[in-house]
Ligand binder design. Structure first.
Ligand code: IVH
Length: 669
């Protein structure tokens, strides 16, 4: 990493971090050539954030930290464009394209001219203004004359430079797009939350740019591809469109490299055809090619019609649709247990790809389409990896309806569709389809906090059949782990120790670790307080469950169904046998491994909250005091421990970590 930050002034350190972040943003988001991992980038960002927080005087209008998104807002202000943002006339085939060319030639009176061909990105257009070299304002196209001020959201777009080496006021225009990867990720997330999917990347990009919370926009990973640079009045700065694109690229704006100067319409048409056939290989959606007359003087001669320039045209590609029949519908189980109906189709080719399956998302979607097995349907590819059924063209003569199975096709577990949810799910925590995800959740921070049990290790454990149930984690040995790839004896021992220590975490953690739908940290806490033991929760009726605070019929239903699944009951038994905390002891116990000891807590502990640590100590017979005194036995210190730590040192009270505290407890079992 280029940022060397030791022994320099905060000012210098901030500058170096900003420079490094700018460099990596450019490499990653503009050039698509990352030099460091996401985690390393995040780490640089965190360091800069921390530094700016500690030294508010270091704030700068172009700091990369501004990209994470600030305060939510109530609405968007309208803003006027410097010159109209027009749209384009379309050419739907070769003939229409040649007609456009003939018109241009005619109007230019036979003078020689060139076209610039660019891909027509399927997003939404936006203008970004710069003043004194700083990004100042971003406006959506709106009606072309007036748009919405989306400055704060645009700032989160990493490929939009916040500072440019050019002093005169200027404006760039271009396309905000969401690439396929970001689109897939967003839709998967939405499905998991029971929200509807975005129909295509353009809708997703438009929705994301107009969110009232810039922080969420930041997470959507939008991109900004530019194609115009104008002065303050919205006039061209360069004599040739191509030069404008080169200037943009030189000043670190993202410009699509797939562009070409064409000497005549045949060359332009060849470019259109070339990308039509390679459309599938692009990481983003395009819906055609835009041709622009290169010379700005000639553009001015050609002028505008009422709604579009005469010097440009959009060559539109045909929608990628095909007609086919639904032969069958099967069900796939996703990593969160969601059951997705998948249509099996009579194979057909759609723009160079043979399509034989299409996702139907869920039961509601099938009902919305009014679709049955045997129907003839229209299937479309529009940015999704998997094509989708758009509508029923003709009902089949021997059609039969699809029914969601009552048991999981992978493990035979119970399938439940929660109230208000679109998805049906397999609720067996240990279902092979969702086991990895169950373990990931179980081990995650804020749940059982098993440091070191990352994705790569989970993959190996599950793929090699070593772990077939979450409970198997507690039978793992360091020996077993060292046999795995990239696992030294030291890390193996650490992981085993971390697993071991998770046994003493308080009961609400165990409840949330089970991953019961709608049961998060807070509900787990309230359930623990009301019922006092996990077994009581497991055997409670729906009515009993609703007696607990904040538990409504929907949550009660989910908890009840969860414990009626035999696999989950088995899991519970095994976790109990592994000595996890099944009782919620808020009251102080007389006898326990910590009897007679007084603890003082300070700083942020890595695993437990203050309340949890207190409850845990008290449950083991110990006492927790607020201040350090001679009577204190141990001071448990976490990160950013303050004056209590100094006091402990003064009084020579031994200071221990949360880890050491947990070790005392595990030892006592
Ligand atoms: S030029 C007056 N270039 O397509 C000039 N537009 O149908 C209009 N688009 O509103 C814009 N890629 O949102 C231009 N390389 C490109 C484009 C592009 C996508 C969009 C843009 C525009 C629409 C026109």
């Amino acid at each position: 990493m280029p940022a060397k930050t030791s022994s320099t002034s905060p000012q210098k350190e901030a500058e170096e971090l900003r420079e490094a972040l700018r460099h990596h943003e450019y490499q990653y988001y503009v050039l698509d050539q990352p030099e460091i991992s996401d985690a390393e980038y995040d780490e640089l960002m965190r360091r800069l954030q921390k530094l700016e927080l500690e030294h508010p005087e270091l704030a700068a209008p172009d700091s990369p930290t501004l990209r994470v998104g600030g305060q939510p807002r109530e609405g968007f202000q309208k803003a006027a464009h410097s010159s109209p943002m027009l749209s384009l006339d379309n050419a739907l085939d070769e003939q229409e394209l040649r007609a456009f060319d003939a018109r241009v030639r005619d109007l230019l009176g036979g003078a020689p001219f060139r076209y610039v061909a660019e891909l027509k990105m399927d997003g939404l257009s936006m203008a970004a203004r710069y003043r004194d070299g700083y990004f100042q304002q971003a406006i959506t196209r709106g009606d072309g004359t007036t748009g919405e001020d989306v400055t704060e959201n645009a700032r989160t777009v990493r490929s939009l430079p916040l500072r440019v080496n050019f002093d005169r006021p200027f404006e760039v225009r271009g396309e905000i797009v969401m690439n396929h990867r970001a689109f897939e990720r967003l839709n998967t997330e939405r499905e998991e939350l029971g929200l509807t999917r975005f129909a295509n990347p353009r809708n997703a990009a438009a929705g994301s740019l107009r969110l009232l919370e810039p922080g969420i926009t930041a997470s959507r990973r939008l991109e900004f591809y530019t194609y115009f640079v104008l002065d303050e009045q919205g006039r061209n700065i360069f004599d040739k469109h191509w030069d404008a694109l080169e200037w943009l690229s030189h000043h670190h704006f993202k410009v699509n490299p797939k562009r070409k100067v064409c000497a005549d319409i045949d060359q332009a048409l060849a470019f259109c055809r070339e990308w039509e056939s390679q459309r599938e290989s692009l990481p983003y959606e395009i819906d055609g090619v835009v041709l622009k007359v290169d010379s700005i003087a000639q553009q001015q001669r050609l002028g505008f019609t009422a709604k579009a320039p005469r010097w440009a045209i959009a060559f539109k590609y045909a929608a990628r649709q095909v007609e086919t029949e639904i032969v069958d519908i099967s069900v796939q189980v996703g990593r969160t247990g969601a059951l997705t109906p998948v249509a099996h189709l009579t194979p057909k080719e759609v723009s160079g790809v043979t399509v034989s399956r299409a996702t139907l998302h869920n039961e509601d979607e099938i009902a919305r389409l009014g679709l049955q097995i045997g129907d003839t349907v229209i299937v479309e590819r529009s940015g999704d990896v998997i094509p989708k059924v758009v509508r029923v063209k003709m009902q089949g003569t021997h059609r039969r309806p699809f029914r969601m199975p009552k048991t999981c096709p992978v493990c035979g577990g119970r399938v439940v569709r929660e109230e208000g949810e679109a998805a049906s799910r397999c609720i067996n925590v240990n279902c092979p389809a969702r086991l990895k995800e169950s373990i990931r959740h179980f081990a995650s921070r804020g749940v059982m906090n098993i440091d070191g049990l990352g994705d790569a290790l989970i993959d190996q454990l599950v793929d090699n059949g070593i772990v077939q149930s979450v409970a198997d984690l507690y039978d793992l040995t360091a020996d077993q782990l060292t046999k795995l790839e990239r696992m030294g004896p030291k890390s193996a021992a650490n992981i085993i120790r971390n697993i071991d220590r998770s046994r003493v975490l308080p009961m609400p953690r165990v409840i949330s670790a089970l991953g019961i739908r709608f049961v998060g940290e807070r509900t787990a806490e309230l359930l623990a307080e009301y019922f006092g033991s996990l077994e009581k929760i497991a055997s409670a009726s729906k009515e009993d469950l609703q007696a607990a605070e904040e538990v409504g019929p929907k949550v009660a239903e989910s908890i009840h169904a969860f414990f009626r699944e035999p696999h989950n009951r088995q899991l519970l038994e095994r976790l109990k046998a592994a000595n996890l905390t099944f009782e919620h002891t808020i009251k102080q116990r007389k006898e326990g491994p910590l009897t007679g000891m007084t603890f003082v807590l300070t700083g942020t502990l890595p695993r437990m909250s203050r309340e949890e640590a207190k409850a845990t100590i008290e449950a083991a017979g110990g006492k927790v005091a607020a201040a350090v005194s001679k009577k204190t036995t141990w001071v448990v210190a976490g990160e950013d421990a303050g004056s209590k730590l100094d006091k402990a040192r003064q009084l020579r009270i031994p200071v221990i970590s949360e880890d050491q505290l947990l070790a005392m407890l595990v030892g006592g079992r």
